[in-house]
Design a protein around this ligand. Structure first.
Ligand SMILES: *[C@@H]1O[C@H](CO)[C@@H](O)[C@H](O)[C@H]1NC(C)=O
Ligand SMILES: *[C@@H]1O[C@H](CO)[C@@H](O)[C@H](O)[C@H]1NC(C)=O
Ligand SMILES: *[C@@H]1O[C@H](CO)[C@@H](O)[C@H](O)[C@H]1NC(C)=O
Ligand SMILES: *[C@@H]1O[C@H](CO)[C@@H](O)[C@H](O)[C@H]1NC(C)=O
Ligand SMILES: *[C@@H]1O[C@H](CO)[C@@H](O)[C@H](O)[C@H]1NC(C)=O
Ligand SMILES: *[C@@H]1O[C@H](CO)[C@@H](O)[C@H](O)[C@H]1NC(C)=O
Ligand SMILES: *[C@@H]1O[C@H](CO)[C@@H](O)[C@H](O)[C@H]1NC(C)=O
Ligand SMILES: *[C@@H]1O[C@H](CO)[C@@H](O)[C@H](O)[C@H]1NC(C)=O
Ligand SMILES: *[C@@H]1O[C@H](CO)[C@@H](O)[C@H](O)[C@H]1NC(C)=O
Ligand SMILES: *[C@@H]1O[C@H](CO)[C@@H](O)[C@H](O)[C@H]1NC(C)=O
Ligand SMILES: *[C@@H]1O[C@H](CO)[C@@H](O)[C@H](O)[C@H]1NC(C)=O
Length: 666
């Protein structure tokens, strides 16, 4: 049965090939010894049949996954297409953003210096640098005492420079004057190398780069180049990463602390306190001898700042939020909904990526081990279609990380917290599902994968399991000390006896019976469907079975030897429903039905999706393939096509008028 094309990462498909090729070789070899196999057609048929019957559990699992993102006893998430008809109409190209009315910057920076852009002079009505004086002024975060953590202090002196100068400070403000009046103001951030007090031996770095409010499917729609590059990097894309709370805070707190928002409030924080006492995962990395970094753009509404007080002491060795707050306050422009899209002549998201690049480069050049967490919201926070405008920038950034060698010893996590939470798309079923299914990619250095094959193999399995931010936290804890990920350790801590755990490290195999409830996902955010029995006489069930029989008949068109099948009886039916009441209603529904056809007495099982149209009418679509669950014996000897043998009932048997054909095992 045909299905729409899929957008998912089929990395797993790679893994069974060697095995199936071996099987083919084996059968070809066996056949060539057997006289009867000399007829080409029989050989082909045998190979295909054997291939199907003997395929590895993983192949069979892949086959049974068709039409689903996740299909385990505990959780079923139907496959959705990035460009589904119900979504297409909300997708368009946003206008690109012009900062500062198109006037280019006058000063720029690299990792160590600032320098004048002579090509920009004309835009500032200058014809040589003689007429210009510039200076830079250091600034830094100051401890807030009991008040909100948003204070910075500027150094007393504005240090003059000409053409270019090295910078040793973290944050600076640059001003330029012409004939005594200020004609230019800009902000630059740097990552001066620091001596970690106790730089540890563990050299595996962890770099987390977040893009706010992007569902997995929206990433595929909007940032196809980024998706392609992550695939080329052989990263793992978690297909069932389900959010656990509404907005950014309740989804990142679990990832960073392993706690829910409520638990955090009971443990270490309330709205009138700072976050200093909370057990953020960067503290574990710090204790292991890594340097730590944290940064957000649109920081005024950042994780710890939007209606919250931030920290008393700076939480990480490098902390960028105050730079962003200050720059946006003084030279932010192109404000739209919640965010400044530009600071001065630059796009905020590019300034942000530039900072992460400087961070990673400084760490690499100085061989400093680190944990970095960087969260970007300015590009994507408010608009479904804005991520597209940053696709190129993110790819360039990722390419730089790879080309420089950063990824040779750095685990890269590219992720989001949830899908877009407002807009028209949210009135569709898929839009509601997407809101709950953000993207999550994990990418490991080759050496890491070589050292920890079992951990990686488990992760690969978990790609098709229900996963949460709590799991991400467990995973990060494992990365604090990667020795814990060697095969023997993974085996030793076998978690199959702890089936009720809320959080699993993604390096442990997650049980297939995991459900939203056991994973700590409330019904409202749950994208899993659970199955319920339906009466076999139900009108919709009958229609769905009829539809399936029709599809089978369509497959047989052109095979004159096969008879036209009719529905005889529906034997069993279940429907998958969502636990969230709000998502019921006009949601698509998956019916799994078992039915018998005549004249073949064939028993089939199919999963049929009932798709609602905006008019509230519906049609059916068979997901994956229809399985034959009783033997077809000689019924289909008149055709050789392996796929159709399951369905065809040869005309010659009608005249013989019997259904009790001796079954032979194919
Ligand atoms: C940064 O730019 C300055 C001035 O052009 C140059 O001297 C320096 O080598 C550059 N540094 C890096 C790391 O590219
Ligand atoms: C600089 O530009 C001004 C006009 O903006 C012009 O009068 C002056 O001659 C120019 N000087 C040089 C050295 O080109
Ligand atoms: C400099 O500014 C003063 C007043 O602020 C003005 O009178 C003068 O013409 C300016 N000179 C140039 C070269 O622009
Ligand atoms: C870093 O450590 C080296 C050697 O221990 C020392 O010479 C240098 O002064 C230190 N730098 C800073 C910024 O502390
Ligand atoms: C917040 O926590 C602090 C310290 O744990 C406590 O003193 C204060 O009463 C709490 N405030 C509220 C509103 O719960
Ligand atoms: C990553 O960088 C390495 C080394 O420069 C290069 O060989 C490889 O092709 C790059 N990978 C991708 C996906 O571009
Ligand atoms: C883990 O333990 C279960 C029994 O609790 C056992 O069936 C399974 O084989 C073990 N797996 C590994 C990898 O040791
Ligand atoms: C069950 O889990 C506990 C806690 O991780 C572990 O200590 C114990 O060895 C496990 N038991 C088995 C049979 O795997
Ligand atoms: C999952 O299956 C195990 C046995 O394999 C069982 O002990 C456990 O209770 C099940 N968990 C749930 C949530 O159904
Ligand atoms: C199923 O199809 C048959 C023949 O095409 C038709 O007579 C019957 O009414 C259909 N039943 C339903 C429930 O659509
Ligand atoms: C199956 O669904 C897709 C998209 O929803 C649609 O394009 C296709 O025509 C459907 N096929 C059938 C047979 O209804």
């Amino acid at each position: 049965m045909k299905r729409g094309d899929t957008t998912d990462d089929r990395l797993e498909m790679q893994t069974w090939r060697p095995q199936s090729v071996l099987w083919l070789l084996f059968i070809v070899a066996a056949c060539s010894l057997l006289f009867v196999c000399n007829i080409l057609e029989i050989r082909t048929y045998t190979i295909k049949t054997a291939y199907f019957l003997q395929s590895s559990p993983r192949v069979q699992e892949e086959l049974s996954m068709k039409g689903f993102f996740i299909r385990t006893p505990g959780c079923t998430i139907p496959e959705m297409r990035a460009m589904d008809d119900s979504i297409k109409k909300y997708i368009f190209m946003e206008k690109s953003v012009l900062c500062n009315n198109g006037t280019p910057p006058l000063i720029d920076s690299n990792r160590t210096s600032i320098y004048l852009l002579e090509s920009s002079l004309e835009y500032y009505n200058l014809n040589d640098t003689e007429q210009l004086t510039c200076c830079y002024q250091e600034f830094h975060r100051v401890a807030p005492g009991q008040s909100k953590d948003d204070r910075v202090d500027f150094g007393k002196e504005c240090v003059p420079f000409e053409v270019w100068t090295d910078i040793e400070h973290e944050f600076i403000r640059v001003k330029c004057f012409h004939n005594r009046s200020m004609i230019y103001k800009d902000f630059f951030s740097f990552v001066p190398a620091r001596n970690a007090s106790n730089v540890g031996k563990e050299k595996l770095n962890v770099l987390i780069v977040g893009i706010d409010a992007v569902s997995r499917l929206n990433l595929h729609r909007q940032m196809p180049e980024t998706v392609r590059f992550m695939k080329e990097l052989k990263s793992y894309e978690m297909m069932g990463y389900n959010k656990v709370g509404d907005n950014t805070f309740p989804n990142l707190i679990p990832a960073l602390t392993g706690m829910s928002e409520d638990e955090l409030q009971r443990t270490c924080w309330n709205a009138s306190t700072h976050f200093d006492e909370c057990p953020f995962v960067w503290k574990d990395f710090k204790d292991s001898g890594r340097l730590t970094g944290f940064g957000e753009d649109s920081a005024w509404m950042g994780l710890f700042y939007y209606t919250k007080k931030g920290f008393r002491r700076q939480p990480t060795d490098y902390f960028w939020d105050h730079f962003d707050m200050t720059a946006e306050k003084e030279i932010g422009n192109m404000h739209r909904l919640n965010v400044d899209q530009c600071v001065g002549a630059r796009l905020v998201h590019k300034v942000f990526l530039d900072y992460i690049s400087k961070f990673a480069e400084t760490m690499r050049v100085n061989r400093l081990p680190y944990f970095g967490f960087f969260w970007g919201a300015s590009l994507t926070h408010d608009f479904l279609n804005k991520p597209k405008l940053g696709d190129r920038d993110y790819v360039d950034f990722l390419k730089m990380l790879n080309a420089s060698g950063t990824l040779d010893d750095t685990v890269l996590v590219l992720m989001s917290d949830h899908g877009i939470r407002w807009g028209e798309i949210r009135s569709t079923y898929q839009g509601r599902m997407e809101e709950r299914l953000p993207f999550l990619y994990l990418r490991f250095p080759e050496s890491f994968a070589k050292r920890n094959p079992l951990a990686i193999n488990n992760l690969r399995t978990n790609v098709r399991r229900l996963t949460t931010p709590y799991d991400l936290h467990e995973t990060l804890l494992d990365l604090v000390d990667p020795k814990k990920l060697r095969d023997d350790s993974i085996q030793e801590r076998n978690v199959s006896n702890q089936t009720t755990r809320r959080a699993y490290s993604l390096f442990d195999k997650i049980t297939t019976n995991r459900s939203c409830e056991s994973a700590g996902i409330s019904a409202h955010w749950c994208t899993c469907q659970t199955s319920e029995k339906v009466d076999v006489g139900d009108q919709v069930v009958q229609e769905a079975a009829n539809h399936t029989v029709n599809e089978i008949n369509e497959l047989l068109v052109g095979y004159a030897d096969c008879v036209y099948l009719e529905l005889e009886e529906v034997l069993d039916a279940t429907v998958q429903i969502n636990t969230d009441v709000i998502m019921q209603g006009t949601q698509n529904q998956d019916y799994t039905i078992t039915f018998r056809t005549r004249p073949s007495a064939a028993v089939f099982e199919a999963t049929v999706r009932r798709i609602f149209l905006p008019t509230n009418e519906y049609h059916f679509n068979v997901t994956g393939t229809v399985s034959r669950i009783n033997l077809y014996g000689k019924q289909s000897l008149c055709i050789t096509d392996f796929h159709l043998k399951l369905y065809c009932y040869c005309k010659q048997y009608i005249s013989n008028n019997n259904n009790n054909i001796n079954p032979i095992i194919d």
